[in-house]
Design a protein around this ligand. Sequence first.
Ligand code: AMP
Length: 379
Amino acid sequence: MRSDALSLGILGGGQLAQMLALAALPLGVRVVVLEPDPHAPARLCAEHLHAPYTDPAGLSRLAECSAVTLEFENVPTAALQALAGQVPVRPGAALLERTKHRAREKEALRAAGVHTAPFVVIEAEADLHGALAAVGGRGILKTSELGYDGKGQARIDTEAELSAAWAALNGAACVLGGLVPFVREVSLSVARTAAGQLAFGPLIENIHRAGILRTSMFPATDAEATEVQARELARACAEAWALEGLMTLEFFVLDGGQGGPTPLLVNEVAPRVHNSAHLTQDGGGLSQFEAQVRAVLGLPLTDWRPLHPTAMVNIVGAADEHGTPLEPDWNAVDALPGARLHLYHKAWRAGRKLGHVNLVAPDAAALAARLAELERLIP
Ligand code: AMP
């Protein structure tokens, strides 16, 4: 039986590992997570190795699994290197090294023939000179490592702001990207097996609030004009980087003007499932979580996409003007037709992702009406 044979190790035990484990179980696959946080969301549905990512005993236990994947790009590359040769690690250390570091990632994207916003790498005081002009006069300064959900980022309009922002980041290695006048943001995932077979996720449209993803929608607006190109760029990266496993590309869609092709720039790449594609859990098709499990374990894999119009709204720790936590109207969310609640079992903290609600509808008009209602219920 399959369940005797297959188990999956995951570096990281957050909500993505939790949802990977929930997708793996029905396939007969047991999951083991290595995660130092004692309150890790994945502990509720997986064997939890409560230890640092580089803990030798923890890594030995992961090495007993059929394959190891990750849910979090900030795991030390040393952990993947220690596992290499003992168990398939997908994606591997070389791909992680690129995607955990903004400057290296952008350089690798360009080498794969993929366009990004103009950027300048800032590593020393001297790099500041002329940098803003080089990216078009307005930009966003981001730390090269450890930034997420808008953290470690600053909007820059003047040279003085650039110097002050870099000083405020303690002179950390950064990338200054030119401000992109995008018409919308979209994302798309690609999976590649060790044998080189490719499969793709759907094109999804994303709306951010204060640097954090708020709402995702399928289908994306004008998907016919962009999906083929997004898949082609994802394929180019997956092949150039010899992806094994699943990765997600975030794109800026530019205004192509009259009749021209719609240009796409890649903003960033995550070597894993992505918040924007949580809606694949409830759209009726294969979910992104099952797709990553299948890709990593070498199980049969097809393209995955919802069978119905689907949206997702994130539940992010929100507070009123006195700092008192604001809660969604849970009963009203549960009562909304087509709504499915997914909570991560994390303690409330302002700005922290605590869960999400997926929403399915029979057609686009019904989805828009239900989404407007759902947005009112979630602060
Ligand atoms: P990131 O952490 O790179 O995903 O950035 C978070 C969000 O900030 C993006 O999803 C965009 O909405 C916005 N953003 C980031 N970089 C740029 C850019 N170069 N131009 C315009 N908006 C950006």
